[in-house]
Design a protein around this ligand. Structure first.
Ligand code: B12
Length: 481
């Protein structure tokens, strides 16, 4: 059997190098006789229908799979209908976050044949085997579908044998060299899930929709080995940084100690930089010293809001302010750069609270400050918007396909439009000083690099808005420095 996974990034966000479909395709190709490939629309936003048609004619997939993120659902629906228009015999499979939390919604869509709830490393291969042999599908883990008029809805589970996973086969991505040029990084994840309950994050709801332990870890040795393998394989092709997507990699000190020591043993930390996510309350001086000595040059931290009530009550992040300042100081002391993430326009947000966030961001003065816009894609978020007297502008919400731009909530004392204005104010306050420093230091070199990066990007069909943003977030640091 042949399955093609589609990366439906028609909105222009070329940072969406999807790990989920890469894991699944790598498992199908490594663990079975079936064949899996990846069809990526990131560099084909204008000719995706032609690209899709050619792919179907050439590769003749039996199935087309999508990793359904709530914000990509409209793109995925449009592409799915085009697949059926080209060849109605192709079966369409949905999986991923929105599929696991909203299977009842997606299984009703006329062009969707199968929905998988939960992880699918092994259940997808079971599905392909049974399809090939024409066997009953009704016992397959996490599978939802209509058997004639009878709805089959099997509970899904989390995959736990992470050490046994094949290495991610990034060569499945046709435009990998373009990603390495425009981003300079590859993604990896050696743990799955999270133990925290932030109200704006889908993690909590996913944990309630899927069976098994949500938080799982790969052995530090196995994880470090795969990273070393990626460095050896992709360094010459422009790899500059391993961007790790583990949500809480620094939670366990013993795990972190073994991981950083193994990583140092396998690669030269001076030219094998990596970046991690972390919560401030998962970090202390000893952990930061381990990270600094093993090549970690960037820690990406969710501060979320400068207002204590919004940060700890509404968002339920639970971060004491003094811990934020302690970690900011320690990262500076050990020369690790910081990306600070903030969310603007959350439930209960007002002019006072959003200004507190901008004030705090100015004081933290992270190397990079990213001001995302609140999107109520969790059921709890929708309730919180209402509870604090806000409303969701569904016209805006239906068009929004990212967390980087575009506000969709009108709070009692702050409209969606005002949130977008404050986002500009926030970047002016935090980004301009860094830009000024960069231009004064690099002068014409800065403009030369900017022009080349954006010109190349436009030529490759990328969006000007994202090119300008990502040049300063990823491009400049990872490609030129
Ligand atoms: C890593 C990550 C990314 C990576 C990789 C995406 C990925 N899915 O792996 C990148 C940087 C590309 C990314 C981008 C975005 N992300 Co993100 N991301 C995460 C993160 C931190 C971890 C996800 C993870 O564990 N991935 C590892 C893979 C292996 O696990 P998985 O995705 O669960 O996939 C398994 C199953 O779901 C299933 N499965 C998945 N897809 C499919 C497809 C088929 C056909 C089948 C059968 C099964 C199946 O099998 C997979 C293997 O077990 C989560 C946060 C969190 N708490 O989880 C947010 C999260 C998934 N992201 C989120 C968002 C909003 C985005 C963006 C829209 C942000 C933006 N740029 O605007 C984009 C969308 C890109 C996209 N293609 O989906 C939201 C999604 C919420 C929702 N309701 O959809 C989350 C939950 C964070 C949050 N705040 O809530 N993200």
């Amino acid at each position: 059997m042949k399955i093609s996974f589609i990366n439906p990034t028609l909105g222009g966000d070329y940072s969406a190098l999807d790990i989920a479909i890469t894991v699944l395709a790598s498992c199908v190709n490594e663990w079975s006789n079936h064949k899996a490939d990846i069809l990526d629309f990131t560099f084909h936003r204008r000719d995706w229908r032609k690209k899709l048609n050619e792919h179907i004619k050439r590769e003749k997939p039996d199935f087309i799979g999508f990793s359904v993120n709530s914000l990509y659902l409209n793109h995925i629906k449009m592409i799915s209908q085009e697949v059926k228009r080209i060849d109605s015999k192709i079966k369409i499979i949905y999986g991923g976050y929105h599929a696991s939390t909203h299977p009842e919604e997606l299984v009703e869509l006329p062009y969707v044949d199968f929905v998988f709830v939960g992880d699918a490393e092994d259940s997808l291969i079971d599905f392909l085997n049974k399809q090939e042999k024409g066997l009953e599908l009704d016992k397959i883990k996490g599978l939802w579908y209509y058997n004639k008029d009878h709805l089959i809805s099997n509970p899904g589970s989390f995959y736990s044998k992470l050490d046994e996973l094949p290495y991610l086969d990034w060569d499945l991505w046709e435009h990998l060299d373009d990603y390495l040029y425009f981003l300079g990084m590859l993604y990896q994840i050696g743990t799955r899930g999270c133990i925290y309950n932030c109200s704006f994050c889908e993690a909590k709801e996913l944990r309630n929709c899927v069976l098994g332990n949500y938080y799982r870890v790969m052995s530090p040795k196995r994880y470090a080995e795969e990273l070393a393998y990626d460095w050896q394989k992709y360094r010459k092709r422009g790899l500059r940084l391993m961007q790790l997507f583990d949500q809480i990699p620094a939670l366990n000190k013993e795990w972190l100690k073994e991981f950083t020591e193994e990583y140092k043993r396998l690669v030269d930390p001076k030219n094998s930089k990596y970046s991690i996510f972390s919560r401030v309350d998962n970090l202390d001086e000893e952990k930061i010293r381990m990270l600094a000595s093993s090549g970690c040059n960037m820690v990406r931290i969710g501060i979320e809001s400068g207002d204590k009530f919004i940060r700890n009550k509404v968002m339920r992040k639970g971060l004491p302010e003094e811990k934020i300042w302690e970690v900011v100081g320690l990262l500076k002391k050990y020369g690790i750069k910081m990306t600070a993430y903030y969310i603007l326009g959350a439930p209960a947000e007002s002019k006072e609270t959003i200004n507190k966030t901008i004030e705090m961001a100015g004081k933290i003065d992270a190397e990079r400050s990213a001001f995302f816009i609140f999107k109520p894609f969790t059921k709890e978020s929708e309730e919180l918007v209402k509870r604090y007297g806000g409303t969701i502008d569904f016209n805006r919400a239906n068009k929004a396909d990212n967390i980087t731009f575009d506000a969709v909530v009108n709070n009692k004392n702050l409209s969606a439009k005002e949130v977008e204005r404050y986002q500009i104010k926030a970047y002016m306050k935090t980004f301009l000083p860094h830009l000024r420093k960069r231009i004064l230091r690099d002068n014409f070199k800065y403009f030369g690099r900017l022009f080349k990066y954006v010109f190349m990007g436009i030529k490759k069909g990328l969006s000007f808005k994202y090119l300008l943003t990502y040049f300063h977030i990823y491009g400049y640091d990872y490609i030129y420095e």
